[in-house]
Design a protein around this ligand. Structure first.
Ligand SMILES: Nc1nc2c(ncn2[C@@H]2O[C@H](COP(=O)(O)OP(=O)(O)OP(=O)(O)O)[C@@H](O)[C@H]2O)c(=O)[nH]1
Ligand SMILES: [Mg+2]
Length: 388
């Protein structure tokens, strides 16, 4: 018999938990639980079959959830081989996208975004909709911190066959969070989900990314006067089609009404996010499930009005073009700053600027002159291959 030793992982509570270490040396035929045929090499270990392009396309188009999950994993991969395949799959599925209503939900941590999505999502599923819930959270790219919390907070929704919940993607070299989130959304649409709910914490860049992906954007806020209101950046309010005061329940209800009035007054001084749609403040309680049906009505009216005026389609068109422009920016930026020649010259040039020997404008002209796109692209490809 093999010798098993026990080790305590660093994250374990001291002296409280132990796990077995792995088995050393698969060639050791005395280890009872390994098939001897595997050890001798007669039997090849079973390989997990990677779906073909056709299987991905057909699976997603037929609403196969496992295939959809795997297609999204393909999109999130940083492997250049996966990138090409994911793009071909997406390309073929594009005709099936674009029919869903895309709703973004932002707000400070703890405002109740996930609880709203859980209650709102269940309500929409009851009405016969298919809901995909996505999260954009650039801060969780390493720890994937929000996933566990969200799956448990959306306990009932995550078990419904009409709902699909996908945690936020990690960034990476080939495009990052924005591209992956957008393409994930398109995959879900191709799989037949007709309402996409995208949650994001209102910090940093994430709410701008989500605004640029969705038709309707709501800001979830809490009750509280004066100080709290000042903490909300005017910039975020300018992105919102609705301000939703959550937790309007119990003792909080009266405060919520006051807060609503305060937001209504503030909104008057802010440019509406959508042409022809006046932003208003609404109240709801995700816990008691009040105000959600009204909110859905508001969103439906929004869709009707903006569809009629053409604003809905115009926004979608400009979102697509903006997406292309931002990807060009990002791509060229990465190539430029990843280029060895540019990096080699940079310290000298920086010093020259600081010494007043050359102007920043001259420096840029010089750097751009020595920049070779093809050289940089070739190098980027080889770095990616080596990383894998
Ligand atoms: N009383 C009351 N509590 C609520 C309501 N909605 C959410 N909560 C509570 O508020 C807490 C935070 O809710 P979440 O839904 O996790 O908030 P979130 O905005 O998704 O938070 P992050 O994902 O961390 O940014 C939880 O304990 C919820 O139970 C509500 O309508 N009323
Ligand atoms: Mg949440």
């Amino acid at each position: 018999m093999a010798n098993y030793t026990t080790t305590t992982p660093e994250w374990a509570v001291q002296g409280n938990s132990a796990v077995m270490s792995g088995i050393d040396g698969v060639k050791d035929t005395t280890v009872g639980n390994i098939n001897p045929a595997l050890v001798s090499g007669k039997l090849k270990p079973a390989r997990r079959l990677v779906p073909t392009e056709d299987e991905f396309v057909n699976g997603v188009a037929n609403g196969d959830r496992v295939m959809l999950s795997r297609a999204i994993t393909l999109i999130e991969s940083n492997n250049p081989k996966h990138f090409g395949k994911a793009q071909r799959v997406l390309q073929r599925l594009l005709p099936k996208t674009g029919r869903a209503l895309r709703i973004g939900i932002t707000g400070v941590p703890g405002a109740g975004k996930s609880t709203i999505i859980e209650a709102f999502g269940n309500m929409l599923c009851d009405e016969g909709h298919k809901i995909a819930v996505l999260a954009v959270d650039p801060t969780s790219s390493i720890t994937k911190g929000s996933i566990l919390g969200d799956k448990t907070r959306m306990g009932t929704l995550s078990h419904r066959p009409e709902a699909f919940i996908r945690p936020s993607p990690a960034g990476g070299t080939l495009g990052g969070v924005a591209r992956k989130s957008r393409e994930t959304m398109l995959m879900c649409e191709a799989a037949g989900y007709d309402i996409i709910l995208i949650e994001t914490v209102g910090v940093g860049q994430s709410e701008t990314i989500v605004r640029s992906m969705v038709d309707f954007f709501m800001l979830v806020v809490l009750t509280g006067a004066g100080d709290d209101l000042q903490g909300i950046k005017k910039g975020i309010m300018e992105l919102a089609d609705a301000i939703v005061i959550n937790k309007a329940d119990g003792d909080n209800l009266i405060k919520a009404k006051v807060t609503r009035g305060e937001y209504e007054r503030m909104i008057e001084f802010i440019r509406p996010a959508t042409e022809g749609w006046p932003t208003h403040a609404y109240m709801c309680s995700a816990l008691e499930k009040t105000g959600l049906a009204e909110l859905w009505k508001v969103i439906q009216v929004f869709r009707e009005i903006t569809n009629k005026s053409g604003v809905f389609q115009r926004r979608r068109d400009s979102q697509l073009l903006d997406w292309m422009y931002s990807m060009i920016d990002e791509h060229l930026h990465n190539l430029f700053f990843g280029d060895a020649v540019i990096n080699g010259r940079m310290p000298e040039i920086k010093e020259a600027i600081l010494n007043g020997t050359i102007s920043p404008t001259q420096a840029v002209a010089e750097l751009v002159k020595m920049f070779d796109v093809k050289r940089a692209a070739d190098r980027q490809q080889s770095v990616l291959k080596n990383e894998l």
